[in-house]
Design a protein around this ligand. Sequence first.
Ligand code: PLP
Length: 228
Amino acid sequence: MRVPLLDLNEQYRTLAEPIHEAIHAVLASHRFILGPQVKAFEKAICAYCKAPHAIGVSSGTDALLAVLMAFGVGPGDAVITTPYTFFATAGCIARTGARPLFVDIDPITYNICPSAIQECFEKNCQRDSNGEWKTRSGERVRAIVPVHLFGLCCEMDAIHRVSEHYRLDVIEDAAQAIGAEYPFGKRAAKAGTMGEAGCFSFYPSKNLGAAGDAGMIICRDEKLQFLR
Ligand SMILES: Cc1ncc(COP(=O)(O)O)c(C=O)c1O
């Protein structure tokens, strides 16, 4: 028996009518790039995730790359992330010119292990005279990119404590986790809202799949709204 890697047939059959109507509305409006449908989707994601701002982009990869660039990550920097993820996570860090600093995963959750991040600082990093944390090879440690793999949120409270201590930005790779929740402080926080920014992918096989590539950034800082 042939088992397809991905079978969207059933999902498409049940939603075919509203999908055709939505496609027809876009074609009739001639607003093929951004436009009111993207605005409405950004607004809906803000409301659903309780995020102040949302920015529609062309893929989860572009969401990660744009956020890293917006935070000024580049050559001479290191960004902590997990080796157990889709290649775009580390790939986007490398594309900015920074180095991915891999930290091991938790053997139960398969997500990045917060105590291993702490250990990485203790073993491999030191504080310079300006108070900045540097790797042994001299790169400035700028951010953590935790990945909420398979819809399961990382231990964000513990990651937040580490990021506060070492003054790092947290950019959540929530490509696989839109709608996932985590008890963060006093709230049940949606994936993508516990750091400075969160990145979603709407690749067809994702929890919320588009008919093609699509992605979104959610963020707290209103300046990031002007990314595009
Ligand atoms: C964890 C993770 N990060 C990033 C991406 C990249 O998203 P996209 O395929 O929309 O570029 C994916 C997609 O597979 C992913 O699973």
